[in-house]
Write a protein of this length. Structure first.
Length: 674
C-alpha cells in the first residue's frame, strides 16, 4: 500500500513567478517535487533551477549545525557547537553591545533569499526583536527601489497590470526584461497574444533568449531607456494618436510633459540610444496605432543612475495612448503593491527613533559604529556592490558577525557564529508573487535535517535566551500567518486547502479605473512630490553615468552590464554541481570588434577590471552585445571562481537617481588577457 502524501507549497525565491508546487512525501522523506498544475498562472511548470530544489536540500555542503569560527576571518574554518552554546554567546555579545554602544550598533542585514511573509523579507522576519533591542533599521533597497519610486511619481503606486492580461495585448514591449530566464511563465500569455496577432518587441542591450523569440529586438544603449520612451511618444504626437479624452480626464501636467516630449525627435533619440532612426520611428508608429499595448519592464531596467527616471518615463506612455482603458494595456513592473498583506512588525516596541542603514551601501555603512552585523537571507559578498571593500569591512576584528545560512557562502566564511537555517520544504510560510495576482501557502513537508531551525524559531529562541518578556516575540508561525491573512479577509482554511487564492480583484483586472492613488487622483506627468525631493517635476530623461560620459572622459572604455543567469537565482544554486556545469563557468560576452582590438579569442581567460578591482572570466565573443558593451552574468560565488571574485568586484557602490538603488548596469571596465 502506498503511504505517500502530497503537500502543497510555493517557491520562495526572488523571482516574480512564485510557483505553486506539490511535494510528494513518503516515509517522512520528500521524494518528488513538481509544479502545481492547478495554479492558474504557473500551471505546473518549474524553472531549470527549482527543478533541482529537493536535490539542493540534500546537498553534501548543506549547513546542519551551529558553528563557531576557529580561524581568521575569511578562512572558513569553524567548529561545531550546540544551539545552547551559540545562543548563549550571541545573547551575551548582543547584551554587551547594546549596553555599551546602544542598539543602533546592531545592523540586521536581511536579503531576498526568501520572499516569505513569515520567514522572509516581505514580512521582515525578526523585526519585532530588532525593535525591542533598538537596532538600526535596514533599508532593503537593493532590488527594485529606483523603479518603484519612479512609478509612484506617476501612478502613486508601483502596482500595475495583471500579467495574465498580456494575453489580450496587441503590442507587447518586453523592455529590459529577459522573460524566458527571469519569469518564464509570462511567456504563455505572450504566446496567447501572438496567436491572436500581437507583435512582440524586446528592448534590451543584450540579444537574450527572449529577444531571439521576439518579433523584433532593439539593442538599446544601456541607460538610455527614458530617451527612447520620449522618442516613441514624439512619434505618437506626430501621428496625432494621443488619446486626448483620456489625457484631459485622467492625467495631470500634459502641456508641460508635451513640451518635454518635443525635445526628443527621432533623430536625437537615435544618437542617444544607438538605435537606427527608422526603427525608432517604425515602433513609434506601431505604438501610436495599436491598442492595447502592454509593457513589461522588470528590475534590470532601473539599475543605473537614471533608473528611476527610466521607469517614470515608461510609465507615462499609457497615459498618452490611453492604454489604461483596456485589459491588456498599461505597464507591469511588480504586482506587490496590490497585495493586501501587511506584517505587524510592532514599531511601537522601538524604545526611541533609530537610524537607517542602507543595503546598497554596505561597504560605506560598516564603519566603527556597527559592532554587530546579523546577516540572513543574504549573501552580500556574492551579491552586493564593491565586493573588495565589503570583504575588508567584514575582516574587522571588532565586528561580531552572525550569519544564518543554508550553505557555506563567501559571507559565511567571515562569520563569528553560523546558524543553520531551514529550506522551503521544512517550514511554514505565506507568499505573494510580484509577477502575478495570487497569494500562496507553503506547508512544511518534512522535518528539518540536522539541527536546522527556521528564521522565526531562531529569533524566538534568542529572545528567550536574552530574557525578553514582550509576548509578541513568541508568536508561532501559524499565529503570524493568521495575523497577516485575517485583516485582509483571506480564509486561512481555504488557502491551506488549495495552496493559493487569487487577490480580491476583477478578472480580467484593469487597474486605476477608479483613479490613481496620487495626490491629484490622476496620472501625473508632472509631480510636485518629485520636485520637492529635488528631482525634475516633469518626467524626462536622466542618463546613466556610462550614457552621459564622453568617450574621451571615460576611465575605461567599456560599459559592463550584469544580467541574470539562466542557471542561478542571484547566488542561490551557484554551488549546485550540475547547475554550475550548465552555466559554463564565469564568462563575459564581448562584441567581435572589441575582442579583435584587444587580441581576444573565444574561450580565452581574461581579467575584467577597473579601479574597484577585477574578476576573471572566459570570453564569449558574440554579437549579442553591441560594440562598447560587455555582459557578465551574475551569481557565481567568488570563492568558487578563478581569482576569487565575481562581477561585483568592479561594480561601484553608487546611488541611482531614486531610492538609492543599485547601479549594477552602469560601470566602466576594460578587458585584457590574463
Amino acid at each position: 500500500m502506498d503511504s505517500s502524501l502530497t503537500v502543497l507549497g510555493a517557491c520562495p525565491l526572488d523571482c516574480p513567478d512564485t510557483c505553486s508546487w506539490v511535494v510528494t512525501v513518503r516515509d517522512g522523506e520528500a521524494v518528488s517535487l513538481r509544479g502545481n498544475r492547478e495554479h492558474p498562472y504557473t500551471r505546473g511548470a518549474l524553472c531549470v533551477k527549482v527543478n533541482r530544489y529537493l536535490e539542493h536540500t540534500r546537498a553534501a555542503d548543506r549547513l546542519l549545525y551551529p558553528l563557531r569560527r576557529t580561524g581568521p576571518k575569511g578562512s572558513g574554518r569553524f567548529e561545531r557547537i550546540t544551539w545552547d552554546e551559540a545562543l548563549s554567546e550571541i545573547a551575551e555579545r548582543l547584551t554587551a553591545i547594546v549596553a555599551e554602544h546602544g542598539g543602533e550598533a546592531i545592523w540586521p542585514y536581511q536579503g531576498t533569499g526568501t520572499l516569505g511573509y513569515v520567514q522572509g523579507e516581505t514580512g521582515e522576519a525578526g523585526r519585532r526583536l530588532w525593535n525591542v533591542l533598538g537596532a538600526s533599521r535596514h533599508d532593503l533597497n537593493i532590488c527594485s527601489r529606483a523603479g518603484n519610486d519612479g512609478l509612484r511619481y506617476v501612478y502613486g503606486t508601483p502596482g500595475g497590470m495583471d500579467p495574465e492580461t498580456f494575453a489580450l495585448s496587441r503590442l507587447i514591449l518586453l523592455w529590459g526584461t529577459n522573460t524566458l530566464t527571469s519569469g518564464h511563465h509570462l511567456w504563455k500569455f505572450v504566446q496567447d497574444a501572438r496567436a491572436a496577432g500581437a507583435y512582440v518587441v524586446a528592448i534590451d542591450p543584450i540579444r537574450t533568449r527572449t529577444a531571439d523569440q521576439a518579433d523584433e529586438h532593439l539593442p538599446i544603449r544601456p541607460g538610455t531607456d527614458a530617451a527612447l520612451a520620449l522618442g516613441l511618444l514624439h512619434v505618437v504626437l506626430e501621428e496625432g494618436a494621443e488619446d486626448r479624452d483620456y489625457i484631459e480626464r485622467h492625467t495631470l501636467g500634459w502641456e508641460e510633459f508635451a513640451a518635454e516630449i518635443a525635445k526628443y525627435p527621432v533623430e536625437r533619440v537615435a544618437e542617444i540610444t544607438g538605435l537606427p532612426a527608422d526603427r525608432i520611428r517604425a515602433l513609434g508608429v506601431r505604438l501610436a496605432h495599436t491598442r492595447p499595448t502592454g509593457i513589461r519592464a522588470t528590475m534590470g531596467i532601473q539599475r543605473h543612475e537614471g533608473g528611476g527616471a527610466a521607469m517614470r518615463a515608461i510609465a507615462c506612455i499609457p497615459g498618452v495612448t490611453g492604454d489604461w482603458r483596456y485589459p491588456g494595456g498599461g505597464v507591469a513592473y511588480s504586482t506587490s503593491a496590490h497585495v493586501p498583506l501587511r506584517a505587524d512588525t510592532r514599531e511601537d516596541l522601538l524604545p526611541h527613533p533609530v537610524r537607517t542603514l542602507t543595503m546598497t551601501r554596505l561597504a560605506d555603512g560598516l564603519d566603527e559604529s556597527v559592532k554587530c552585523l546579523w546577516v540572513y537571507a543574504a549573501n552580500p559578498l556574492g551579491s552586493t556592490s564593491d565586493q573588495n571593500r565589503i570583504r575588508a569591512a567584514l575582516s574587522r576584528d571588532d565586528l561580531f558577525t552572525v550569519v544564518m545560512e543554508q550553505f557555506p557562502t563567501d559571507t559565511v566564511d567571515y562569520a563569528d557564529i553560523v546558524l543553520p537555517s531551514t529550506m522551503q520544504t521544512e517550514h511554514l510560510d505565506v507568499h505573494a508573487g510580484y509577477g502575478h495576482m495570487y497569494l500562496m501557502w507553503n506547508e512544511p513537508a518534512v522535518e528539518p535535517p540536522g539541527e536546522c531551525l527556521s528564521t522565526t524559531e531562531t529569533f524566538r529562541r534568542l529572545a528567550r535566551q536574552m530574557g525578553l518578556t514582550e509576548p509578541s516575540l513568541y508568536d508561532t508561525d501559524l499565529e503570524i500567518a493568521e495575523q497577516l491573512l485575517g485583516p485582509a479577509g483571506i480564509s486561512l482554511e481555504e488557502i491551506r486547502k488549495q495552496g493559493w487564492v487569487r487577490l480580491g480583484v476583477a478578472d480580467p483586472f484593469v487597474p486605476f479605473t477608479e483613479g490613481f492613488p496620487t495626490p491629484s487622483g490622476r496620472l501625473e506627468f508632472v509631480s510636485e512630490r518629485a520636485g520637492a525631493a529635488g528631482l525634475p517635476r516633469v518626467a524626462g530623461y536622466t542618463p546613466s553615468l556610462t550614457a552621459r560620459t564622453a568617450p574621451s572622459d571615460r576611465p575605461h572604455p567599456l560599459t559592463l552590464v550584469t544580467p541574470a543567469s539562466h542557471t542561478f537565482l542571484n547566488t542561490t544554486f551557484a554551488n549546485n554541481p550540475e547547475l554550475l556545469r550548465r552555466s559554463k563557468g564565469p564568462r563575459v560576452l564581448v562584441n567581435p570588434a572589441d575582442a579583435e582590438s584587444r587580441g581576444l579569442t573565444d574561450g580565452q581567460p581574461v581579467r575584467v577590471f577597473n579601479a574597484n578591482g577585477e574578476f576573471t572570466a572566459d570570453v564569449e565573443i558574440s554579437d549579442r552585445v553591441a560594440p562598447g558593451v560587455v555582459a557578465a552574468p551574475k551569481g557565481h560565488w567568488p570563492k568558487l571562481s578563478a581569482g576569487g571574485a565575481n562581477p561585483n568586484a568592479v561594480v561601484d557602490e553608487r546611488d541611482a537617481d531614486m531610492g538609492r538603488g543599485a547601479v549594477y548596469h552602469d560601470n566602466f571596465v576594460d578587458v585584457a588577457p590574463l
